[in-house]
Design a protein around this ligand. Structure first.
Ligand SMILES: [Zn+2]
Length: 312
């Protein structure tokens, strides 16, 4: 009797289990469809960028964000309460930078470096300083023989009107923010090419190191190697979007990076990054990441290890 009762109980148990499974399957399927339609309704790019915010790379004590700004440059550095921005894209892509800063909840900038006054590097600065007034704006002092562009003149005027504290870059000057150090390097010679005036910056945090080249070319690379500046870095943002005018094999050996970033637009008119440079990186076993392929790229560090996150 009790056995019979027991088997009845067993059958009832199986029936309940099946019912629960069927109901939960229907529920999950429904949820999935709901989720799918939610994704379809959202801008998928925004969704991908937001997922970067909570990535392991972004939540490290130091994170470097190579923002996808098509053909141009803009790099955000976050270290605790400190925020630094190197370059600010073309004006047409400034919204990429502004929305990225919003996403990362950046509402102050301790330092801004304008590597050089080309439109694909400074185009967004005039509007940026209206949103977030940086504590200090560093720019290169360029030969008076090189004519200033309208973008540059407008920006200089805006900086003046907004009373932004500006400073010309000084060779081997060190900026310290908590455990993070940034050293700037600039050419000591008269140059005919504006790119060669790019402010080169080396970022150090404990044992981690990053080098940002702006659009500096081989002339400056040679000058810096000759001067034996300590430019060795684990992460190199290749000069001039990966143009073969920069990143000589000798210089890449000198920096000895493990990782290289190319900030360039998809199918850009210049063919950046150039195949010669990709070959040099391949030969020296440097892992390359490109914003045209990956979208925005984050390389975070705890000072010992590196953590990566990419938009795609
Ligand atoms: Zn450029």
């Amino acid at each position: 009797m009790s056995k019979k009762h027991g088997s009845k109980k067993g059958i009832l148990g199986i029936v309940i289990t099946i019912a629960v499974l069927v109901i939960s399957a229907i529920f999950t399927f429904g949820q999935k469809n709901l989720w799918k339609s939610a994704i379809n309704q959202t801008d998928t790019k925004t969704a991908a960028v937001s997922s970067l915010q909570s990535s392991e790379a972004a939540t490290q004590p130091l994170s470097v964000h190579y923002i996808d700004v098509d053909q141009g440059d803009s790099t955000l550095i976050c270290c605790g309460e400190y925020h630094i921005l190197i370059d600010c894209a073309k004006k047409a892509y400034e919204e990429n930078v502004f929305s990225y800063l919003d996403m990362m909840e950046v509402d102050s900038l301790d330092l801004v470096i304008a590597t050089h006054p080309d439109a694909d590097h400074i185009g967004g600065f005039a509007d940026l300083v209206g949103k977030i007034k940086p504590a200090l704006y560093v720019l290169p002092q360029i030969s008076p023989n090189i004519k200033k562009t309208q973008t540059e003149l407008t920006l200089l005027n805006t900086l003046k009107t907004m009373k932004v504290k500006t400073e010309y870059a000084v060779n081997e000057k060190v900026f310290t923010f908590g455990d993070m150090r940034i050293t700037t390097y600039i050419t000591q010679s008269e140059q005919s090419d504006k790119n060669e005036y790019s402010v080169v910056a080396k970022l150090e945090y404990k044992n981690a190191s990053y080098l940002f080249m702006g659009d500096a070319g081989k002339t400056v690379e040679n000058e810096f190697m000759k001067a034996q500046y300590p430019l060795q870095a684990d992460v190199l943002k290749a000069g001039h979007h990966g143009s073969s005018k920069s990143s000589s094999a000798k210089f890449v050996r000198f920096v000895a990076p493990r990782y290289c970033i190319f900030s360039c637009g998809l199918d850009n008119d210049y063919g950046h990054p150039h195949s010669e440079v990709l070959q040099i990186m391949k030969k020296q076993k440097v892992s390359c990441y490109r914003t045209d392929e990956r979208g925005s790229i984050i390389i975070g560090t705890d000072g010992a290890r590196y953590y990566f996150a990419t938009e795609r």
